[in-house]
Design a binder for this molecule. Structure first.
Ligand code: PNS
Length: 178
């Protein structure tokens, strides 16, 4: 499938399909992430979600293999999207899958500050470019950290995540002592 744009004469212009890597912790994947994945599919065509280690938060709630499984289940039958775990750097994951660009979703100006630095450092290593996509405004408040905290205290998170993640969180925090 190629991406397409319409010009002013309503002629459809086919664009060559591009492969992008969306790296992140995805602990767990939430509706804000899914919005960015859908934007990337629309713009580029072929999307690889990379579950990577954020060295500032190495121990997570879900193991990498669980995050992959939950992301796959949450994304349903999006056929041009694949999900894989990677052990090293985002630039190494991008090279391994043959990604043309890295894509990152931005929620806030604070996100931009951090992501701009990471985009420059990644470009300095392998010359890969990063494309920023603004998260949908009504989903920009969602973060995996808040979801983990809310679920740990027994409040509903079904409006923030897809059903498989909601079920996994309910299971993880079931019982009086978790
Ligand atoms: O969802 P997050 O935690 O904001 O994602 C951050 C992540 C995992 C994309 C970032 O920490 C990352 O790229 N980790 C892999 C190691 C790496 O490439 N670090 C950046 C260059 S030092």
């Amino acid at each position: 499938m190629a991406s397409s744009l319409s010009d002013n004469d309503s002629t459809t212009v086919e664009l060559p399909m591009t492969k992008v890597l969306i790296p992140g912790s995805f602990d767990p994947l939430h509706l804000g992430h899914i919005d960015v994945v859908d934007q990337a599919v629309e713009l580029f065509g072929d999307v690889v979600i990379g579950v990577l280690v954020n060295f500032e938060k190495p121990s997570g709630l879900f193991k990498p293999a669980e995050r992959v499984q939950l992301a796959r289940a949450s994304l349903g039958d999006r056929r041009s999207v694949t999900v894989h775990a990677f052990g090293g750097l985002a630039v190494q994951a991008a090279a391994e899958v043959g990604a043309d660009f890295i894509v990152k979703g931005l929620r806030t100006p604070n996100d931009f500050d951090i992501e701009q630095q990471m985009a420059h450092i990644n470009h300095s290593v392998t010359a890969i470019r990063t494309v920023f996509l603004p998260c949908r405004s009504d989903l920009g408040f969602i973060s995996s950290r808040f979801i983990r905290e809310i679920a740990a205290h027994g409040e509903a998170i079904d409006h923030l995540v897809a059903a498989p993640v909601a079920a996994a969180l309910a299971d993880r925090f079931a019982g009086p002592s978790h």
